[in-house]
Structure formats: structure tokens, C-alpha cells
Design a binder for this molecule. Structure first.
Ligand SMILES: [Mg+2]
Length: 278
């Protein structure tokens, strides 16, 4: 049986100067705390060790995510949340140097930046857009997915950004389909029509969200190599941290099992494996 993160932390109290925690499958299952998680976070707060919640869930704002955690019994502040939707403004500011705002069809929420990016939310007007940005949130699947499918059938070369790369999320009775899982259906349908459509992702394990992570760690005086990223999924939490130069720790309370590691290359291999947080 693997040790707990608390045991690992007690053995090396100076080793990690900050922590990054995935949310679903790591500290919460649906809206219930995973046993041992609240207690470990309390220890870190008492020890004044900074931590952030790094989630691919961008369907909610930082305030809503912090509230969801707090309501479940895990106290969290909005400025402790980092989500896969956070890199959107910087992405467009870096990409659009035309001096004229691009118009993107938007699923979900994100701020407009005058002169750089504006958003269209009416599926009837999607054909006027320069690309599609799926930033999660609740929407009418049938209407929106039909609009996006028709858009890429007509403009297969236009960009398709899906901030959250996750297909599935663990739930108490199985899994639920994340935004990228929904968009996978569109990709499959386009393929049937001979269109091989690439998506652009920002969330774990892709680098964009780790640029945000590095800025937040720097704001508390911590270098990436001094932090530990804790998560339940090899494909996102562990691989993303490894590629970003952050130590990684797999917790066996969610999607990935210890035996899954052998099915992947070393970029998926966690530096530590723990049974629970405490
Ligand atoms: Mg997870």
C-alpha cells in the first residue's frame, strides 16, 4: 500500500515549497470531499505552505469553483484557483496583431478584449466568425453542436479552440462527458466527411495553463521545480507537470491506477505515488 501524501510531506517538510492540487478525483468526488483531503489542506494552511487548485474545469468562474470547494468543506479562495480557461486572453493578445478584433463563436464565458477579440454567442451567426472557442459551460447541445459541425464543414481551416482537453470526468457512478468529449463527436463526424480537424487546447497537460501556473508560483516566490503537482490522472495531471518541470504525484483516489503507468512512456510516470492525501 502506497503511503499518504501527509506521510511523504512529514518525511520531507522542506522539500516542497508549494502544492498544486487537481480538484475532481483528487480532493472532491462530485461535491463530496475525498477522505483525507480536507485534513491535509488544513495542515498546509497551518504550516503556511501556499497551494493552488489547478483544474481543467473552466465551466465555472474562479469564484464559483472556490465556492463549490468551500461548500463541500474544503475552504478555498478565488485567487487559489487556476483553470484551463485562464490562458484565453493572453492567447489572443499574443496571436492577433492585426489591429482589428477577431470575432469568435463562444461556448461559455470569457472576457472580450476591445481591438483584439470579441465573441458571438448566437449559433445562427456562427458563419460570420473567425473561429470557435469552446470554454465549457451549460448549453443546448443539439443546437450548438449542429452549428459548430456546419461551421467546420464550410470552413475546415478556421481555428477550433477547446480549452479543456478532458474527455471524461469521474463521478460516483461512472463518468460524465466533458466539453472535449462532446466535441470529439464533432471531430468524428468531420472525419467521416474527410476532414481531419485539429483542436487547440490550453488545459493540463498542454503548456498554456502551466504558463499561468508558473506566474502564480512566482507570485508566492516559488520556482516550478520547488512545487509538487498532485492529481489522479496520468494523462493530464502527471504528464502536464512532468512536461512543465514540476514534480508530480499520483493519488490513487480517481481515474488512474498504479498499473496504468506501465502502459505509457516516461512522460506519464509520476515521481511519487500516494494512496490518499492523508
Ligand atoms: Mg482529476
Amino acid at each position: 500500500m502506497a503511503e499518504t501524501l501527509l506521510e511523504l510531506y512529514r518525511k520531507n517538510p522542506e522539500k516542497f515549497r508549494a502544492f498544486l492540487f487537481d480538484i475532481d478525483g483528487t480532493v472532491l468526488l462530485a461535491n463530496t470531499p475525498i477522505p483525507g483531503a480536507p485534513e491535509f489542506l488544513d495542515v498546509l494552511r497551518k504550516d503556511h505552505v501556499p497551494f493552488f487548485f489547478l483544474t481543467n474545469n473552466c465551466a465555472q468562474t474562479h469564484e464559483e469553483i472556490a465556492q463549490r470547494l468551500t461548500d463541500a468543506g474544503i475552504y478555498a479562495k478565488p485567487d487559489e484557483i487556476i483553470s484551463s480557461g485562464d490562458p484565453v486572453p493572453k492567447y489572443f493578445m499574443k496571436k492577433n496583431k492585426t489591429g482589428k478584433a477577431w470575432k469568435y463563436f463562444l461556448v461559455g464565458r470569457t472576457p472580450e478584449i476591445p481591438g483584439v477579440i470579441e465573441y458571438e454567442k448566437d449559433p445562427a451567426k456562427i458563419m460570420e466568425c473567425d473561429g470557435v472557442l469552446h470554454n465549457a459551460g451549460k448549453y443546448d447541445w443539439a443546437v450548438v453542436m449542429t452549428a459548430i459541425l456546419n461551421f467546420f464543414l464550410k470552413f475546415p481551416e478556421k481555428p477550433f479552440i477547446v480549452t479543456n482537453p478532458d474527455m471524461l470526468n469521474p463521478m460516483p457512478r461512472g463518468v460524465t462527458l466533458c466539453s472535449n468529449g462532446q466535441m470529439e463527436l464533432i471531430i468524428a463526424l468531420l472525419k467521416k466527411q474527410g476532414i481531419d480537424k485539429e483542436r487547440i487546447h490550453f488545459g493540463k497537460p498542454f503548456p498554456a495553463v502551466y504558463e499561468e501556473v508558473k506566474e502564480r508560483l512566482a507570485s508566492v516566490g516559488v520556482k516550478p521545480e520547488e512545487a509538487l503537482a498532485v492529481g489522479d490522472w496520468l494523462n493530464s495531471d502527471i504528464r502536464g507537470a512532468n512536461l512543465a518541470g514540476i514534480s508530480s504525484c499520483l493519488v490513487l483516489t480517481g481515474l488512474s491506477k498504479e498499473e496504468d503507468i506501465a502502459n505509457h512512456d516516461e512522460t506519464f510516470c509520476p515521481e511519487f505515488i500516494v494512496s490518499t492525501l492523508s
